[in-house]
Design a protein. Structure first.
Length: 404
């Protein structure tokens, strides 16, 4: 027996089998451990992905995707919660972005979105931790302010307004109308009337500041025009001065002279909505680029039409590139279909452009410019107005430089 056992343990194949079995067992254990670890990692990764998806879904459910502010759905949930809590006094701010439509129309919706994001950030930076800002419409934001009295609410309104006014022009300065209201009774029964009161105050603020705000917008646009669109302040000043002189020479009514002067000042305001690269290009414009540039009368018309103070010169801005023979743009108006102030202005501008420094053409002498006007009389310009203009230029009764 012992000999048989000894021969078994001394058998090489026996030990090969034992070692092979042990190695196989180790491999199986390693495979199980690796598989288990991979499975745990996969489960963990999947769980994290599900949690992230839940968080993202929850965020989208209660947040505005563009600004990151809370949305109308969250405001409704917040109000339910506030009804059950001691949150009195309770205040609310209703805010409306004044310049959003004109920004969208002039610079495009992407620029308008950036303005809305900036204003949303300003509001969030100037409210307390327990306050909630919600975007409930295209340009309307509501701030819920539990445990906030009238004094504190008005202080916050002032801080927001000051911060918005201090915001940089990118490309134009944002402007905002604000209204706030406070209740000391139950939120449950009073919120709708509270919201209406704050909204009414916001609209009252909007109306009271409308002319002042629009002046700020126009000044901001003009600044952008002079800085980025190759438009010269001196050119505009000369045009204003010469147009006033022509108005007096033609015995126009005072209101018509002011309209002509304002057209001279704002005629190219629509250029702010055109890419500045087109104005910096040294070579000839492509057909596509030229079509983009030709949109500026329409854009200018939209800008001034948004203001009751400026809308009356809208037709003049829209038509200042029309030609007497109907070959102009954007409408191809012909002859007296073109508004009078646009016909007169186009002559004044052409003369000023020809007789002052231009990067793309040499300066014309007075005589050369006059001849050019005559040559284009009855095609580009109103011939009767050209005769009057040339007569006064020759008689030195019309100056081409601004008065001091």
């Amino acid at each position: 027996m012992s000999l048989q056992k000894q021969s078994l343990f001394e058998n090489t194949y026996f030990w090969i089998g034992v070692v092979s079995f042990v190695l196989l067992l180790i491999i199986i254990i390693i495979v199980i451990l690796v598989w288990n670890s991979s499975l745990q990692a996969a489960v963990k990764e999947k769980t994290q992905a599900i949690e992230e998806s839940k968080k993202e879904l929850m965020f989208k459910t209660y947040h505005d995707e563009l600004t990151g502010l809370y949305n109308r759905a969250y405001m409704a949930e917040m109000l339910k919660q506030l009804k059950q809590e001691n949150s009195l006094p309770f205040s609310i701010i209703v805010a409306d972005l004044n310049a959003l439509k004109i920004t969208n129309d002039t610079f495009g919706h992407e620029t308008g979105d950036q303005m809305l994001i900036r204003v949303s950030e300003i509001i969030n930076e100037n409210i307390n931790e327990n306050h909630v800002a919600c975007r409930i419409g295209g340009d309307e934001i509501v701030v819920l302010m539990p445990s906030t009295d009238e004094r504190e609410a008005n202080d916050i309104v002032g801080k927001i307004q000051k911060a918005v006014l201090a915001a940089k022009e990118d490309p134009i300065k944002p402007l905002i109308a604000l209204g706030c209201a406070t209740i000391h009774g139950e939120v449950n029964n009073s919120f709708s009337s509270l919201f209406k009161l704050a909204e009414d105050r916001m609209y009252a603020n909007k109306m009271a500041e409308s002319d002042k705000n629009y002046d700020r917008i126009i000044n901001s646009i003009k600044k952008n025009l002079y800085e980025n669109k190759n438009e010269s302040k001196e050119h505009c000043k000369r045009l204003v001065d010469m147009c006033r002189q022509m108005g007096e020479i033609l015995n126009l009514e005072k209101n018509d002279i002011e309209s002509l002067a304002l057209l001279a000042e704002l005629h190219d305001i629509g250029k702010v909505g055109i890419e500045k690269e087109l104005f910096l290009k040294e070579g000839a414009l492509t057909t596509e680029e030229w079509q983009k540039l030709k949109r500026h009368p329409e854009l200018g018309f939209k800008i001034v039409s948004a203001s009751t103070k400026l809308s009356y010169i809208g037709k003049g801005i829209f038509a200042h590139h029309e030609r007497w023979d109907g070959s102009g743009y954007p409408q191809g108006l012909k002859g007296e279909e073109i508004p009078f102030i646009a016909r007169l202005f186009s002559i004044v501008e052409a003369y000023d452009v020809m007789t002052h420094e231009r990067s793309y053409k040499p300066i014309f002498t007075k005589e050369m410019a006059i001849q050019e006007l005559r040559d284009n009389s009855d095609s580009q310009f109103d011939p009767s107005l050209v005769r009057i203009f040339v007569n006064h230029i020759n008689n030195a009764s019309l100056a081409s430089t601004p008065s001091p």
